[in-house]
Design a protein around this ligand. Structure first.
Ligand code: MN
Length: 188
């Protein structure tokens, strides 16, 4: 089923040429999904997606998440993705939008700590992540508008809690670089 929210997603892709899903996936408002896909496109980045309002709200995080609350990781909003995209791992062929390899780096569900609809509109989301690599409380905060016409970037910031770790001691992206499906203790 096509939803208007996915128009930008579909406009960017030719589904006869990319293995990415055109649509699909099942919404779960009680346990909304989150995923982080590691994407070797023109530049390596991490795509953070949070299920909200029937699609995956998406941000490209060039440096990936950090468990250190002192790190403010740039998160550039990208087009909504279908929920079915959460399962996608593979190679987007050369010549297509986002060409390069994609792996599911982390997945699970997220739990908004404030009204997520209002937070999405106002640019301030506070939430818990229940993933295999990312846990605890996180913030996504939209920065003030720039005059250059680029989309307003957000910042991804770990909150101070038991899951926070100083960057000098631990880098989650360096320590756990592989697909979440490669973790030895991943339950089905
Ligand atoms: Mn990407």
């Amino acid at each position: 089923m096509a939803t208007p929210a996915l128009q930008r997603y579909r406009d960017k892709r030719d589904f006869t040429r990319t293995p990415e899903p055109a649509h699909g996936g099942v919404a779960d408002e009680a346990r909304p999904a989150f995923v982080v896909q590691k994407h070797w496109a023109t530049r390596l980045h991490y795509d953070l997606r949070l299920e909200l309002e029937g699609t995956m709200k998406s941000w490209a995080v060039p440096k990936g998440p950090s468990l250190d609350p002192a790190d403010r990781r740039m998160a550039v909003p990208t087009e909504d993705h279908p929920i079915a995209y959460n399962e996608f791992e593979g190679v987007i062929p050369k010549g297509n939008y986002g060409a390069g390899q994609v792996i599911v780096w982390d997945k699970g569900f997220w739990h908004p700590l404030q009204d997520p609809h209002r937070g999405w509109r106002e640019g301030k989301l506070k939430f818990e992540l229940h993933g295999y690599k990312l846990r605890g409380v996180w913030n996504l905060v939209r920065m003030k508008a720039q005059d250059d016409g680029r989309p307003q970037a957000w910042l991804l910031i770990k909150d101070r809690d038991a899951y926070a770790r100083p960057a000098s001691a631990f880098s989650v992206t360096e320590a756990l670089p592989q697909s979440v499906h490669a973790l030895p203790d991943l339950p089905d």
